[in-house]
Design a protein around this ligand. Structure first.
Ligand code: HEM
Ligand SMILES: *[C@@H]1O[C@H](CO)[C@@H](O)[C@H](O)[C@H]1NC(C)=O
Ligand SMILES: *[C@@H]1O[C@H](CO)[C@@H](O)[C@H](O)[C@H]1NC(C)=O
Length: 504
């Protein structure tokens, strides 16, 4: 009897020691904050962290946590990563603008790296070679180094094509996502490839589909977003399939880009570059491909990044505008009237801008009220850093809660209300607000900001001037302003509208 009891005791003690060690390890690796001054927040459950508690809109849930308990700078464990979310304007400026050198990088995202290596534009670390290419690209997107065609003319030409396509719908209720997407894609195409496609071109249709399916696919969007934080999930359905779709859609786009680059190489005339690819090929000759990122792989990934970053975001902004106009027919009426009075017989252009305060206010309110990228794009700090009395160890994932800024009741009265007059002063003039930040701020601010703003302005001015936006009479359903697909961005659910020509 003595022996078994000793064994039993030993076993009991071992199990107990094992359990205590396990709990200590779990605490060490999970619930213990990385530093005594690390921002407080939600650690969630082992392995998944706070991911299971986000609900439908992560940005709203996090904002609620921040307001109720943790404060403006809070931590949210995302799967295996420590992440810090900045929930107000001042803190975002404090980090991304005042300490821009520390916050100009992005964390490595394995799913992106699988096809890009370190190269590209949107997800690269913030090293010197990257910034050389970013600065160059920014210059080209402002119209330098690619011939005489002004950016506004490129955009305006495409807007006129869009008007024609809308007219050809003959007032039939239509889901216009592909149409708008194709035209937005044509703007990028005009800038990057130096050409535009017919709306019915099969290549064009396929590419737009692939771009839409990369981040904005109805089923996969959310899974793809989670995979960017937690790539180990890729082995488990439905993440497995989401990743497969993501990568196959990317491959298709890369093949398309490579074909274009090969064509451009064959036909390059160094004395008259006509687009981004030409400009890049010429720039490549000034640099060594080993000492810089001016090489063909980077060119391919830049082309791809511009198409992906520029298409879904801008398309969704235009579609949200249609939804707002459906919800507020009176707004449609006053915007149309302003455009008729101020632009008369000619097509609206940027030079009319100052005379269109209501349209400007409408667009600013659109950017505010409907935040396309509610949590921005992941950043990381390349050094240990202190903000707002909190310590953040280097290589922490940092997310700006842009939605929180756009819905801060200290800045905006009744933030959930769509009200263009909050951006109009007592003399009827437009008030530009620096606290509307749909494109982010700082060293990694949206590279296409200027182009996107130009596009949104020209497209909407033309649409509102020339069409009436009417709900589908079959369902009479008016899509909601505050509900949509939430994943990599905030995109509208599919809907149909009538775009009715005002030409009589
Ligand atoms: C309304 C439309 C758009 C919105 C709301 C938008 C928003 C954003 C946001 C929030 C970021 C992250 C910024 C940050 O980390 O602070 C970003 C990055 C970026 N955007 Fe946009 N964007 C739009 C249109 C475009 C267009 C048209 C292009 C291309 C021509 C573009 C190209 C990029 C690129 C390349 C980046 C990555 C920049 C970097 O990592 O350095 N975007 N955008
Ligand atoms: C890129 O441009 C910024 C702003 O003009 C400048 O501060 C920075 O030094 C440039 N970086 C490189 C690597 O050229
Ligand atoms: C792209 O993804 C969608 C689903 O998101 C899928 O149906 C389609 O087949 C994919 N296309 C390609 C070319 O891989």
């Amino acid at each position: 009897m003595l022996l078994p009891e000793a064994v039993l005791n030993n076993l009991g003690v071992s199990v107990l020691i094992g359990l205590v060690t396990f709990c200590m390890l779990l605490y060490q690796y999970w619930w213990k904050f990385p530093h005594p001054c690390y921002p407080p927040g939600v650690r969630g459950v082992p392995v998944l962290g706070a991911l299971p508690f986000f609900g439908k809109f992560a940005h709203k849930t996090i904002l609620q946590w921040s307001r109720e308990k943790y404060g403006k700078i809070m931590s949210v464990r995302m799967g295996p990563n420590d992440a810090v979310v900045l929930n107000d304007y001042d803190t975002i400026i404090e980090a991304f603008v005042k300490q821009h050198l520390v916050f100009s990088s992005r964390p490595p995202i394995r799913m992106i790296r699988e096809f890009s290596g370190d190269f590209g534009l949107g997800f690269c670390p913030g090293n010197k070679k990257f910034f050389e290419v970013r600065n160059f690209t920014s210059k080209v997107l402002r119209g330098f180094g690619m011939g005489r065609i002004e950016m506004e003319i490129r955009v305006s030409d495409v807007a006129q094509d869009l008007v024609q396509v809308f007219e050809s719908l003959n007032g039939k209720a239509t889901n216009i996502r592909m149409t708008v997407g194709a035209m937005v894609c044509n703007v990028i195409s005009s800038v990057v490839l130096g050409k535009t496609y017919d709306i019915n071109d099969e290549n064009m249709k396929e590419i737009v589909h692939c771009i839409f399916n990369t981040f904005g696919d109805k089923k996969n969007s959310k899974y793809v977003m989670i995979l960017t934080f937690f790539y180990a999930m890729r082995h488990i359905p439905p993440f497995k399939k989401a990743r497969k779709m993501f990568l196959s859609n990317i491959t298709k786009q890369l093949d398309f880009g490579q074909k274009e680059i090969d064509e451009h190489k064959k036909n390059l005339d160094e004395n008259s570059p006509g687009d981004f690819i030409d400009a890049f090929l010429i720039e490549m000759k000034k640099h060594s491909p080993t000492d810089s990122w001016f090489h063909e792989k980077q060119l391919l990934l830049s082309v791809n990044a511009l198409f992906i970053a520029g298409t879904e975001t801008t398309t969704s902004t235009i579609l949200w505008a249609m939804i707002v106009l459906l919800n507020y027919p009176n707004l449609q009426y006053i915007l149309h009237k302003e455009l008729m009075t101020e632009t008369g017989e000619v097509n609206p252009s940027v030079k009319h801008g100052d005379n269109l305060p209501l349209l400007q206010a409408f667009i600013q309110e659109l950017y505010r009220c409907i935040t396309i990228a509610p949590l921005g794009l992941q950043r990381t700090n390349t050094e240990d850093v202190e903000i707002g009395g909190h310590f953040i160890p280097k290589n922490t994932v940092i997310l700006p809660n842009i939605y929180a800024v756009h819905n801060d009741p200290v800045i905006w009265t009744e933030p959930s209300k769509f009200d263009i007059y909050r951006h109009i002063d007592k003399d009827g003039k437009f008030i530009h607000s620096k606290k509307v930040i749909p494109f982010g701020v700082g060293a990694r601010v949206c590279l296409g900001k200027k182009l996107a703003q130009l596009e949104v302005f020209i497209f909407l001015a033309n649409i509102i001037k020339k069409f009436e936006i009417i709900p589908d009479p079959k369902t009479n359903e008016i899509p909601p302003i505050h509900d949509g697909l939430s994943g990599a961005g905030f995109f509208p659910y599919p809907f149909k509208v009538i775009v009715k020509s005002r030409r009589g």
